[in-house]
Design a protein around this ligand. Structure first.
Ligand code: ZN
Ligand code: ZN
Ligand code: FE
Length: 760
C-alpha cells in the first residue's frame, strides 16, 4: 500500500470554540482521508491517513484557509505509519491537568445567524440569543477550561432534542457550539418597568416603546449592562447625564447599520471594516455634520464613538422603523467611574436610580468586559481601550518569556501575564480608585490564573508606591515569596511600544514618552520624557522644564490653576485680561499663589498633559475639566489644519524650556490671533521639538528608531504632525497597533522590563 501514508498534526492557538473540529472533519472527509481529530488541553491533535497527495492538500488548506475566528500559532507535523482507519471521527476531548490554551474572545453575531434571526421560517426567528460556532459569547461566559458547556454559564440550560442533534452533528454549523440555544431551551428575555413585566417578543416591543418615549433603559449585553436612550432626545440624554453624574464626557452611540452611521460620520473603508469586524468595537469617527444630537451626546467633540449592534438582542432592539430613534446612546452601565454592572442583582441595586426600565435575561455573565474603543490611524488599528472582542486573546511574542504577573497602572488599569510565548493582557479594568474596581482587578487576576493555569514566578509593579495595583503586587510578592520588579512608568510605556512592534533586539531606541502623570525615579511627577533605552534599561535625555503642580494629580480638574502656576514659574504676572485669571476669584488666586510659593502640596511636574491643559486654559478654551484630557481634547479640536508656523522654544541642558512659550502665546492672544491659530502653532511647536530632540540624540548615539508612547499620543493632530516631521528626517518611528498608547498598555510594558531584568 504505497499510496497509504499518514500524518500526526498538533495545532496550537485559538482553535477551540471557533468551529475548528467540524472544519477539520469536513475537510478530511472531502479529501477521503480517514483518522480522527481531538481537542486537548493545549490544542488540537489530528491523525489523518490516505493518499499522500490528499494529505498534503489537507495540510495546505488547514494552513491557508482555517475557520475565520481561528488563530493558528503553531502547526507541528509528524509523518507516521498509520494504522488502518475505517472512517474519520471526532474523538472525545482529552484533558491533562496544567495544560492550557488561549480562550476565544466574544464574537459579534455572524451573517448566517443574522439571516436566521430575521427569517420567519426559522425556528430561531427573532430569538435574541441565537449563536453558532462562528459567533456569540465566549470569554464572558467561560468559568474554566476546557471550553465545554458545563464549564460555562450555559451549564444550567439543558439542550432540547433539536439543539442537541445540531450540537452533535459534525456537519451542522452549530456542532459543539457551547452557547447553543433556542426559544424552547435557552435563555429568555424579560423587560421590567414600573412593576410591569413582559417577556420574549413583548419585552423587546415594550423596551422599544420605552425608548421612543424618552426613557432610560438598562440593557444586559455581552460583558455587562449598558444604559441606553434615544440619542436625539435632549431631555433623555440630559437625564442620563445627571443621573450618571457624567457632565461632558462623550457617550458611545449605536446605530443599526453602517448606512445609518454614515449619515452622521465620515467612515473610511478601514473604519467600516473595523465597525463590522468580529470585535465590533466602538470606533472613533470624524463627525460629518453639525447635528443637535451631538451637542449633548458628545459636547465639544469633532469625533463620535459609534458601534454597530453586536448581539442579536441589539439588532432586535434597534431594528429600523419609522418613529424609532436612528441612534441610541449605549454607555456603560455604571455611575461615574465605577466599573460596569454585570450581575443582575448588582445592576438592579446600582442602576436603580438611573434606569427607568430593565431589559434583562437569564444567561449569567461570568466576566465583566467593557466595550473596546478603537481608532483607525493611517489605515491601521490604533486601540484606545482593548477589551470586549480582543481580550483575552494573547499577544504572541517572538520568544518565550518567564511567567510574570504585571499589575499595571492606576488609571485605565489592565493587568498582564506572560507564559511561554504568550502575553495575556486583561480586559479593561478601569480606574483603581474605588473598592468595586479593586475587587474587579483582584477577581480578574484570579480568573486568568485559573483559566490559563498561571503561576507567576515574579511580579512587576509600577514604581508609584501609592497605586493600589502596586500595593496589591507588593503584598502578593511578600505572601508568595516572589521577586518583585518595580518599573518606572515611562520606561513601561517605552517597552510597551517595543512589545507592540515585536521589537526583539536589545538595540536602544529614542522614546518620546508623553502622558499626564507617572512617578519618576526622583519621586517627582514625570510626563514629558524623552528617553533612550530598550526593555532592560533607559536614560532620561530630555524632559520638560519642571513646573509646580498645586494639589498634585487633583489639579487635572482645574486647568486654570495649572495655567497660573506655569505663568508664575515663567515670572509672568497674572493680569486680569487673561482667561485663567478671570476664571478664579481673588481669594482663590491668593490661596493659589501662597500654595505655589510655599510649595504646600505642590509637587514639581514635567507632564506634557499638563502643558496642554495650561495652554488650553490660557487662551480661554477650558478652565475646569470634568474628565481626564478634556482641556487638551478641546484644544486639539480647534487646531487650524492650514497653519504652519511655530513658536520659539529653546533646548537647555536636558530640558525643554516650555516656559518660553508663554510670552509668545500671550502676545498672540492679546493681538487677537484666533484660538485656532494659536492651537495650531502650539501643536506645531511640540512636533518640531520632537524632531529637534530626536536629531540631537541621533547625532550623539546614531539611533534612528523613535518610539511614540503615552496617553498624549491619543492626540491625532500631534501624532500626525510629529510622524510627518520624523519621517521627513529619515527616522524610523514606532507607534502602537494592538495595545493602547495610554496607561492601558502599561502592564505589557512592565512584563517586558521585568522579563529582561530577570534574565540578566
Ligand atoms: Zn453565528
Ligand atoms: Zn433548543
Ligand atoms: Fe502613562
Amino acid at each position: 500500500m504505497t499510496d497509504y501514508s499518514g500524518s500526526r498534526i498538533h495545532i496550537t492557538g485559538i482553535v477551540q470554540g471557533v468551529g475548528f473540529r467540524p472544519f477539520i472533519y469536513n475537510l478530511a472527509t472531502s479529501l477521503d482521508l480517514k483518522g480522527w481529530v481531538v481537542n486537548t488541553s493545549n490544542g488540537v491533535d489530528i491523525e489523518v491517513a490516505g493518499s499522500p497527495a490528499c494529505i498534503s492538500q489537507f495540510i495546505n488548506k488547514l494552513r491557508n484557509n482555517p475557520p475565520p475566528l481561528a488563530r493558528i500559532d503553531n502547526i507541528n507535523i509528524l509523518e507516521i505509519t498509520p494504522p488502518i482507519f475505517s472512517d474519520f471521527i471526532i474523538r472525545e476531548s482529552e484533558f491533562q491537568p496544567g495544560e492550557y490554551l488561549p480562550v476565544s474572545p466574544d464574537v459579534s453575531i455572524c451573517p448566517d445567524c443574522r439571516k436566521e434571526l430575521f427569517n420567519p421560517q426559522d425556528r430561531r426567528y427573532r430569538y435574541p440569543f441565537i449563536n453558532c460556532t462562528n459567533c456569540g459569547p465566549r470569554f464572558t461566559i467561560i468559568k474554566d477550561i476546557p471550553y465545554d458547556r458545563p464549564k460555562t454559564t450555559m451549564a444550567n440550560f439543558k439542550m432540547c432534542p433539536e439543539c442537541l442533534s445540531e450540537y452533535q452533528n459534525p456537519s451542522d454549523r452549530r456542532f459543539h457550539a457551547q452557547p447553543i440555544a433556542c426559544p424552547v431551551c435557552g435563555p429568555q428575555l424579560q423587560f421590567t418597568m414600573d412593576k410591569n413585566i413582559s417577556i420574549g417578543e413583548d419585552a423587546i416591543q415594550s423596551a422599544r416603546n420605552a425608548l421612543v418615549s424618552g426613557k432610560i433603559l438598562a440593557v444586559k449585553g455581552l460583558g455587562g449592562y449598558h444604559l441606553a436612550c434615544d440619542a436625539s432626545n435632549k431631555k433623555a440624554v440630559e437625564n442620563l447625564r445627571n443621573r450618571k453624574k457624567r457632565s461632558d464626557k462623550p457617550f458611545a452611540l449605536m446605530a443599526y447599520n453602517l448606512e445609518q452611521v454614515q449619515q452622521f460620520a465620515l467612515v473610511s473603508p478601514a473604519e467600516s471594516e473595523l465597525l463590522e469586524s468580529p470585535q465590533h468595537p466602538v470606533v472613533i469617527l470624524k463627525k460629518k455634520i453639525k447635528h443637535t444630537i451631538f451637542d449633548q451626546t458628545a459636547p465639544g467633540q469633532n469625533s463620535l464613538g459609534f458601534m454597530l449592534p453586536y448581539t442579536p438582542l441589539h439588532l432586535l432592539l434597534l431594528e429600523p422603523e419609522s418613529g424609532f430613534p436612528e441612534v441610541l446612546v449605549m454607555t456603560s452601565g455604571n455611575v461615574s467611574e465605577e466599573p460596569i454592572a454585570y450581575s443582575d442583582e448588582e445592576a438592579f441595586s446600582r442602576l436603580h436610580g438611573i434606569a427607568d426600565g430593565f431589559l434583562i435575561h437569564d444567561r449569567p455573565i461570568h466576566t465583566r468586559v467593557d466595550d473596546s474603543v478603537c481608532r483607525i490611524f493611517k489605515e491601521n488599528l490604533y486601540p484606545i481601550r482593548r477589551s470586549r472582542g480582543y481580550a483575552p486573546e494573547p499577544i504572541r511574542y517572538n520568544r518565550s518569556l518567564p511567567q510574570i504577573l504585571a499589575c499595571g497602572a492606576e488609571l485605565k488599569n489592565t493587568f498582564a501575564f506572560s507564559k511561554d510565548k504568550y502575553i495575556f493582557i486583561s480586559h479593561h479594568i478601569g480606574d483603581l480608585e474605588n473598592y468595586e474596581t479593586l475587587k474587579s482587578f483582584e477577581n480578574g487576576i484570579e480568573h486568568y490564573k485559573q483559566l490559563f493555569r498561571l503561576s507567576p514566578a515574579a511580579i512587576a509593579v509600577d514604581l508609584h508606591p501609592d497605586y493600589l495595583s502596586t500595593k496589591y503586587g507588593l503584598s502578593e510578592s511578600f505572601a508568595k515569596h516572589l521577586p518583585l520588579v518595580s518599573v518606572q512608568h515611562h520606561h513601561a510605556h517605552l517597552a510597551s511600544c517595543l512589545a507592540d512592534n515585536l521589537w526583539s533586539s536589545n538595540e536602544s531606541v529614542i522614546g518620546l514618552i508623553f502622558d499626564g502623570t507617572g512617578y519618576g525615579t526622583d519621586g517627582k511627577i514625570w510626563g514629558g520624557e524623552i528617553l533612550v533605552g530598550n526593555c532592560s534599561v533607559f536614560q532620561r535625555y530630555y524632559h520638560l522644564r519642571e513646573t509646580p503642580l498645586p494639589g498634585g494629580d487633583t489639579a487635572i480638574r482645574n486647568p486654570s490653576k495649572i495655567a497660573l502656576s506655569q505663568l508664575f514659574a515663567a515670572g509672568i504676572d497674572w493680569d486680569p485680561d487673561l482667561p485663567p485669571v478671570q476664571a478664579l476669584c481673588a481669594e482663590e488666586r491668593t490661596l493659589l499663589k501662597s500654595q505655589i510659593t510655599h510649595l504646600i502640596n505642590t509637587p514639581q511636574t514635567t507632564s506634557m498633559g499638563r502643558l496642554f491643559d495650561a495652554v488650553s486654559a490660557l487662551i480661554g478654551i477650558r478652565q475646569r475639566a470634568t474628565y481626564e484630557g478634556q482641556a487638551a481634547i478641546e484644544l486639539e479640536n480647534l487646531c487650524d489644519p492650514d497653519e504652519t508656523s511655530t513658536y520659539d522654544l529653546s533646548l537647555g541642558n536636558g530640558v525643554v524650556e516650555i516656559l518660553d512659550l508663554y510670552p509668545q502665546i500671550i502676545q498672540d492672544y492679546r493681538k487677537g490671533v484666533k484660538k485656532e491659530i494659536i492651537s495650531a502653532r502650539f501643536h506645531n511647536t511640540i512636533a518640531q521639538i520632537c524632531k529637534s530632540v530626536a536629531q540631537e540624540i541621533r547625532e550623539l548615539t546614531n539611533i534612528n528608531t523613535v518610539a511614540l508612547s503615552g496617553g498624549v499620543w491619543q492626540n491625532m493632530t500631534l501624532l500626525t504632525k510629529t510622524l510627518h516631521l520624523l519621517q521627513n528626517q529619515g527616522f524610523f518611528p514606532l507607534i502602537h497597533h494592538n495595545i493602547p498608547t495610554n496607561d492601558g498598555g502599561i502592564s505589557i510594558g512592565q512584563i517586558m522590563v521585568a522579563a529582561s531584568k530577570l534574565k540578566n
